[in-house]
Structures are given as C-alpha cells and as structure tokens.
Write a protein that binds this ligand. Structure first.
Ligand code: PEP
Length: 247
C-alpha cells in the first residue's frame, strides 16, 4: 500500500518566535508530497497555527490524560484542538523517563487526544540496555500493545506510531536503515495481528538523530513512512531537506 510520507518536527523545549517565523517562511515555499507537522512548545501553538500555511499540521508535544479541571500546569486535549492542533506527540521517551509516564497514562492520553479529534503520534523505543539484552522487539511491541489493549485497535485507524530508539535520540547515533526496518516490520506485524488493514495504512515514523544526510536511506525502507525529527527540526534548511527526502 502507498502510505503518504509524514515528517513531524519535535521542537521539545526549544525555539522562540524567531524560529516560528523562519519556519513559517520556509514552509510557505514547500509544495512537496510529504505531510508536514511541527510541534512547538505549548505557548507557541496558536501563533504557529496562524503563521503556518494551512497544509502544515501543528501538534502538541504532550497532553493530559484527564478532563479539564484542577490540574495545575496540565493542558487538555480539547484545549489543543481549540488552538488549531491536529496532532499530539504521546509517550515520548523523555516523558516516560523524566516524568514517569506509564503505559496506562499514555493510553489515557491517546484516548483523550482522539476524543478531541487529534491524531496521536505514539512514540515507542528501547534503551541501549534493552537493545543489548536483545529485548528491543519485546519492549517496543509491548509498549504498542499496551496502548492497543487500552484503547482498542480501531483507534489506530487515526494514529501515527513513531519508533524512536532511546539510544539514538539527541545522541548523533542513528539506527542503521536495516536496524530500523527490522523493528518497523515487527511493529507492523504486531499491528497486523490486531487488524491487517490498519497495519497496512498506519504511518510508521522513525526518530532518532535523523539529519538531512541520513534521512533518504532511512525513509527508503519499506516500513518507514517518514520521521519524527528533534534537533534537525530546529533549522529551516535541515527540516525542509528532511521533508524533501521523505517524498
Ligand atoms: C526526538 O526527540 O523525538 C528526536 C527524534 O530527537 P533527535 O532527532 O534530536 O534525535
């Protein structure tokens, strides 16, 4: 099946108004075939939606698993939707590791995102220790299955999954295209065991030190449908080059 490539930029806690302006200018000239999403920090979401061309998606980097209420510092899914977001990153490894997000909380966030009309970008990935212990597939498929069990496979008809090996995030160490493809194929197989049609249509992204010069080979793999980009999404030139590599 021909899946539309998708490239999403995760700014993390980086970027100011000047980056937004630079990126909006650069993306205004982008007419490629890839779907493009940028995920700036919460305070910039509304400005991003107004500045970006309509064809460019805007997403949050996190969302609360709760309904609106007395949860200081949290942001709900309907708030993201109202600010013009179409996507939200869920279960990034930094949030799992630094903020103790559990699979149950991540499934809750996924459900809230979908109920508000957002497309979740669910991140899964193994640590270096887990890779060295040969448990990569067990870990990443376990993280995926935990959310499938929580929300039901039908919910994945409108979702994106990003495989992000923790050891490759922000380290400059990229999984080789072959290493990444092996894991992507296992993730797609896991999805297929739940629903073959959804497995075929779902966009599976790779993330972890993707740069303009390694993107094309990664994206050429049959089960890699684009990328979730951290550091290289912080300059317009490298981000656009990666979007072009995904076409
Ligand atoms: C990320 O954090 O989602 C990511 C992929 O980061 P980087 O590209 O910087 O490794």
């Amino acid at each position: 099946m021909n899946r539309t490539p998708l490239v999403a930029g995760n700014w993390k806690m980086n970027g100011r108004k000047d980056l937004l302006a630079e990126m909006a200018d650069a993306l205004a000239g982008y007419a490629g075939a890839a779907e493009v999403v940028i995920c700036p920090p919460f305070p910039y979401l509304a400005a991003a939606r107004s500045a970006m061309p309509e064809t460019i998606g805007v997403g949050g980097q996190n969302v609360s698993e709760r309904e609106d209420g007395a949860f200081t510092g949290e942001v709900s899914a309907p708030m993201l939707a109202e600010m013009g977001c179409g996507y939200v990153i869920i279960g990034h490894s930094e949030r799992r590791a630094l903020y103790g997000e559990t699979d149950a909380a991540i499934a809750g966030k996924f459900a809230r995102a979908q109920a508000a009309g957002l497309t979740p970008i669910l991140c899964v990935g193994e640590t270096l220790q887990e890779r060295e212990a040969d448990s990569t597939v067990e870990v990443v498929c376990g993280q995926l299955q935990a959310v499938i069990d929580g929300v039901g496979i039908a919910a994945f008809a409108r979702a994106v999954v990003a495989y992000e090996p923790v050891w490759a995030i922000g380290t400059g160490k990229t999984a080789s295209p072959e290493q990444a493809q092996v894991v992507h194929a296992c993730l797609r197989q896991s999805l297929a065991e739940n629903d073959p049609d959804i497995a075929q249509s779902l966009q599976l992204l790779y993330g972890g030190s993707v740069k303009a010069d390694n993107a094309a080979l990664l994206f050429a793999q049959s089960d890699i449908d684009g990328g979730l980009i951290g550091g290289a999404s912080l300059t317009a030139d490298s981000f656009i080059a990666i979007c072009q590599a995904a076409e």
